[in-house]
Design a protein around this ligand. Structure first.
Ligand code: ADP
Ligand code: MG
Length: 376
């Protein structure tokens, strides 16, 4: 079987300063494929106090597969990360793209942003548009494309495309081995607009649940899933009801919860809910990456709902891409260093992605697709 082995690929993106930022920014520079962080604590403190900078000590440097500086465009992120993963998915290779970083570092902006101005659109809407463009240009094959979306909050998995979610209760779905969420709604999409509408609805449900249940967005994970199957347009097989081989790929786009540490100090007076708000799924995700990076025999995938859903998607039969987002403000240097250290560890995780195939019987429905290339 054809395979593409290698390791998890990692990119870093530095968010430019925005209005809400406090204190001096530009603690982080990008040079080629390296991120450089000025971590001299004294220098940082002097700068925060508004004093002139004196000779700073050596900066910390982290090398990745690519870096996106403060002036990088959404298009660059898609071209380097999204497009290669999409191309592989059309060959039957699973892909997972995860955004990791502290709250406010640009994860949602990079992955999900939708705007009337196309140039600001994030990776997921670009991926959807490119997918349907590629499908329309491939007259030799027939495709089936489906979309689903889940949220993991407080160890509960909810279907973001299930209308029951609207009541704010969620539907608390189970996760089977291999990352299969049982009872999840998969929506078959024939046009990019159908898939974009589904994902927009899913995203609106995250926001709705947050407001209704007072959930903090920084504590929930949103996972957008695509299933793409492809087979040759075979008229003879269709006539005889023969089985034909198709490729099947699953794509995950994961907007992870904010990675910042909840301050442990001062738990006195802190409400119990806040004290227990440390995200178990995110901790488990970090532990899984560490175990895989260290080639440990036991990988604690079953420790949380998120890692159960990502079973096979990190360090398995999947092309896994991590986009770590960091803030360029000096006040966040500590979190930035944590994030970049985590990202360096993730680069040591091996993957072994294979072309996934299955035999499908050509049904009357598929025959229609064969005879009507315009349907896709
Ligand atoms: P996160 O999802 O990591 O919490 P967001 O994506 O919501 O962070 O970004 C926080 C804020 O910064 C938002 O107002 C967003 O529009 C802005 N922002 C993030 N990345 C960029 C960027 N590359 N360019 C311009 N603004 C950005
Ligand atoms: Mg976000």
């Amino acid at each position: 079987m054809e395979s593409a082995s290698g390791r998890v690929q990692v990119w870093a993106r530095v968010r430019p300063p925005i209005e809400q930022d406090h204190g001096p920014c530009h603690a982080v520079d990008c040079i080629d494929k390296t991120v450089r962080v000025r971590n001299d604590v004294d220098t940082v403190e002097r700068m925060l106090a508004g004093q002139a900078e004196t000779s700073p000590s050596e900066p910390r440097e982290f090398a990745f597969d690519g870096v996106f500086g403060e002036s990088s465009a959404q298009r660059d992120v898609f071209m380097q990360i999204g497009l290669p993963v999409l191309r592989e998915a059309l060959r039957g290779i699973n892909g997972t793209i995860l955004a990791y970083g502290q709250t406010g570092s640009g994860k949602t902006h990079s992955l999900l942003h939708q705007s009337a101005k196309g140039e600001e659109a994030g990776l997921l809407p670009r991926l959807v548009a490119s997918l349907f463009l590629m499908i329309s240009q491939d007259v030799a094959n027939v495709y089936d494309v489906e979309a689903a979306a889940v949220q993991v909050y407080n160890e509960q998995v909810d279907d973001l495309l299930n209308p029951d979610h609207q009541n704010g209760q969620g539907n608390n779905l189970n996760v089977r081995d291999g990352g299969i969420v049982t009872g999840l709604n998969w929506i078959r999409c024939m046009k990019p607009d159908e898939m974009l509408e589904a994902f927009t609805r899913a995203r609106a449900n995250v926001v709705y649940a947050e407001t209704k249940m007072n959930k903090a967005s920084s504590r929930s994970h949103a996972i957008f899933q695509l299933r793409i199957s492809k087979r040759e347009r075979v008229f003879e097989a269709a006539k005889t009801g023969q089985k034909v081989e198709c490729t099947i790929a699953r794509l995950n786009v994961v907007d992870l919860a904010g990675s910042e540490r909840v301050k442990k100090s001062g738990s006195e007076g802190m409400r119990f809910q806040e004290a227990t708000n440390i995200n178990r799924s995110l901790l488990a995700f970090g532990n899984v990456v560490s175990a895989l990076a260290a080639r440990k025999s036991h990988v604690p995938l079953r420790d949380s709902k998120l890692t159960r859903i990502l079973d096979g998607s990190i360090g398995g039969n999947c092309r896994t891409c991590l986009l770590v987002c960091v803030n360029s403000a000096f006040e966040h240097v500590g979190e930035t260093l944590n994030t970049l250290e985590f990202a360096s560890r993730a680069m040591r995780v091996e993957v072994d992605a294979k072309v996934n195939t299955a035999l499908v019987e050509v049904s009357a429905k598929n025959l229609l697709a064969d005879l009507n290339p315009e349907a896709h």
